[in-house]
Design a protein around this ligand. Structure first.
Ligand code: HEM
Length: 468
């Protein structure tokens, strides 16, 4: 949702301005650089203050980026998410990710090319396929727990990241995260490059040699691409019979004209799933553990449900969907801590939105963060209350942590399933506890809203159960 201003768009916006008719709603007038810093480093406070001072529909103008018309009311979100794929481009709004994911990535494409990639990617992410991944999710959690000392302060995010990395490498790439090979190390390095929000700003993307941040990134990316293509070619030469990983499905998938996906297409989609699915799910897990540690009533009810479902302490992933309260805890976590703060769409023709006549090339942002905290929709929005999700059908325009419409997250079922399997497995052996005196706040970590300091928690043993 951060969008570099292209020459074409700049010309268009400029023309509109020169005619003296600013078609865009008003927004904050603070100096651009100051706004950019707040947007990158204090995103939650920034978005809330902009809405408090300028109302529901507001234009945010950051240097080097498109003006962003932001909204969050359900009727406006619905109009955007239901809009046609040709009239509203999400790929264009995600262009900033192109250097990290590659030009074939489903996230950066639009129109027919996007629909085609999406059709190829969806089958391995259907709900029923999740069961095949459940054991990998449970086992990755068990082995990560072996490395977590009890009653010592633990940076939770590094544990959850290890689990979700392990899971994605096994279930999507079909490789073992423990293999100390160059590919795994470089993939992790590429992900870490995204930790620095400044690298997402075009202005800083300058190759000033191998020691400069962008130069180092480009060299690492070239090697990662080479190794991924080698791996894909190797897998093409092997039988994929009986393999359930996503790569096996992509190797067998065919375009509408019957041709297989190219090595480059598969390479970019693997990177997309790694970037889109690893950190997001790890962060969601860290926030869930924080909430479980913070709210004693939630914790007791959750532990009781898990103990009743798995009395021997061994989680059966096939039964995880039966755990209603666990599901509600996962969903309420994603309401109160939306991992991705908002989604973007570029208008490809003039359109009336939220009472404004917006010109083509306007970027519209639907703020997940603001929608999830709207007191008109969520009474006492700052209260963590999983009950909100029990026996309720929630409108996809009021609650949309995975975006929506034709661009809705492909990994939604995967992420929710993984959250539940990991939390249940962890809670059969450990109980998360807050660290006394620790301040828990939110900061931007690449494209996600993450806990500051990596969420320091301690993990006690479950006294009444088998200690790990
Ligand atoms: C808690 C975890 C996750 C969250 C919060 C999340 C959130 C999102 C959001 C907000 C979008 C943009 C949707 C839009 O523009 O309307 C998205 C797109 C996407 N996500 Fe996720 N995601 C998560 C996990 C995953 C996982 C596990 C995968 C795959 C392994 C994945 C793959 C994708 C892909 C491929 C897209 C692009 C879809 C398209 O453009 O058609 N995500 N996700």
């Amino acid at each position: 949702m951060l969008n570099p201003l292209t020459a074409k768009a700049a010309a268009r916006v400029g023309r509109t301005r020169r005619k003296g008719r600013t078609h865009l709603p008003p927004g904050p007038g603070a100096p651009g650089a100051l706004q950019l810093l707040s947007f990158l480093y204090e995103p939650v406070a920034f978005l809330r203050s902009v809405r408090a001072s300028h109302g529901e529909v507001v234009t945010i103008e950051l240097p080097g980026m498109w003006p962003l018309v932001q909204m969050s009311k359900p009727e406006h979100v619905e109009a955007i998410l239901k809009g046609g794929a040709r009239e509203l481009h999400a790929g264009e709004a995600n262009q900033l990710l192109e250097p990290f994911l590659g030009s074939y990535s489903v996230l950066v494409l639009d129109d027919d090319a996007h629909l085609e990639q999406r059709r190829l990617l969806l089958p391995p992410f259907r709900g029923e396929r999740m069961k095949a991944y459940g054991e990998a999710m449970r086992d990755a959690t068990s082995s990560a727990l072996e490395r977590v000392a009890t009653h010592t302060v633990t940076v939770t995010q590094s544990v959850t990241q290890q689990i979700t990395l392990d899971v994605i490498l096994q279930t999507v790439f079909g490789i073992d995260a423990d293999a100390d090979d160059e590919l795994v190390r470089l993939l992790v390095g590429t992900l870490r490059a995204l930790d620095d929000p400044s690298l997402l700003v075009r202005h800083f993307q300058r190759d000033l040699g191998p020691l400069s941040p962008w130069g180092r990134f480009l060299r690492r990316r070239a090697r990662v691409r080479e190794l991924l293509e080698q791996m894909i070619r190797r897998r093409r030469g092997q039988s994929n019979e009986g393999r359930v990983d996503v790569l096996a499905a992509l190797l067998q998938a065919t375009h509408s004209d019957g041709t297989p996906m190219s090595d480059e297409e598969i390479r970019d989609e693997l990177m997309t799933m790694l970037v889109a699915g690893h950190e997001t799910t790890a962060t969601a897990l860290s926030w869930a553990l924080y909430r479980i540690a913070l709210h004693e009533d939630v914790r007791s009810r959750l532990l009781a449900e898990i103990d009743e479902a798995f009395p021997d302490g061994v989680v059966d992933p096939d039964r995880i969907l039966e755990l209603e309260y666990l599901t509600a805890v996962a969903k309420e976590t994603l309401r109160i801590h939306p991992i991705v703060p908002g989604i973007g769409r570029v208008l490809k023709e003039p359109r009336r939105v939220a009472g404004w006549e917006l010109p083509a090339e306007t970027v519209i942002g639907c703020s997940i963060l603001l929608a999830h905290f709207d007191p008109a929709i969520w009474p006492e929005p700052r209260r963590f209350d999983p009950e909100r999700f029990i026996g309720q059908r929630i409108s996809p325009y009021r609650y949309f942590p995975f975006g929506g419409g034709i661009r809705r997250c492909i990994g939604e079922a995967f992420a929710l399933y993984e959250m539940r399997v990991v939390l249940a497995t962890l809670l059969t052996r450990r109980v998360p506890q807050l660290v006394a005196g620790q301040r828990y706040t939110t900061k931007r970590r690449n494209l996600t809203l993450s806990p500051s300091g990596g969420m320091p928690l301690t993990f006690g043993t479950r006294s009444a159960r088998v200690a790990a």
